[in-house]
Design a protein around this ligand. Structure first.
Ligand SMILES: Cc1cc2nc3c(=O)[nH]c(=O)nc-3n(C[C@H](O)[C@H](O)[C@H](O)COP(=O)(O)O)c2cc1C
Length: 189
């Protein structure tokens, strides 16, 4: 059974990231071992840029907070699904902190700069925007998702659902839901 890590970076518990998280959980039930991390409720601090992680060859971070327990989950999963809003044209702050902390997987002595135990993992990023241009946001999301390759996520897919300010409104958007269905199938394959 595939091991899938869901990272939800929204603070709106009735919002669209949470709505879609529930739908994904139903679709994956019995087909994958799912671990869910509500990053908006956790203490994931900014990277210290101390480079302590660069004096070793297994992923580890000297800063002990809620990211600590996630390192082995990130390293051992088959796939990760990120659900998040766009905030000021960018990743929301907690998700950016999470991305920055995956610097602990970077190893300059390796040809691919990665000390991840597995380098064959899939990453799906499904984002929500209220009013902005989804094509610009999709480029932004793809640029950020590429950086997760250091943690072994070499294959990624991105989608931004626009006009998503109203909590739960994603359920009224068949085209965006079809993309989510495709993501679920791809993550399980
Ligand atoms: C601090 C903040 C900044 C935001 N910035 C943008 C933005 O730059 N562009 C946009 O289209 N929507 C923006 N929004 C709206 C959210 O992206 C939108 O409401 C999204 O659907 C929320 O997803 P959620 O329901 O999963 O939390 C912003 C919302 C907040 C709270």
């Amino acid at each position: 059974m595939k091991k899938i890590l869901i990272v939800n970076a929204s603070k709106r518990r009735t919002g669209n990231s949470y709505t879609l998280e529930k739908r994904f959980a139903q679709q994956l039930e019995g087909k994958a071992e799912v671990t869910t991390f509500h990053i908006g409720e956790k203490d994931v601090r900014a990277c210290l840029a101390c480079d302590a992680c660069k004096r070793q060859h297994t992923p580890n971070c000297i800063q002990k907070d809620d990211f600590t327990a996630l390192i082995p989950e990130i390293d051992s999963c088959d796939a990760m699904l990120i659900l998040a809003p766009v905030h000021w044209d960018q990743f929301p702050a907690q998700l950016k902190a999470f991305l920055d902390r995956t610097y602990s997987f970077m190893d300059f002595t390796q040809p691919d700069f990665s000390m991840a135990g597995r380098k064959d993992k899939k990453l799906a990023g499904y984002f929500f925007a209220g009013f902005g241009p989804v094509d610009v946001y999709t480029n932004m999301v793809e640029t950020n998702l590429k950086s997760f390759a250091t943690a072994g996520f070499v294959d990624y897919k991105a989608h931004v659902a626009g006009d998503a300010n109203v909590p739960g409104s994603i359920m009224e958007k068949p085209e965006d839901l079809a993309v989510a269905d495709g993501f679920a199938e791809w993550l399980l394959a």
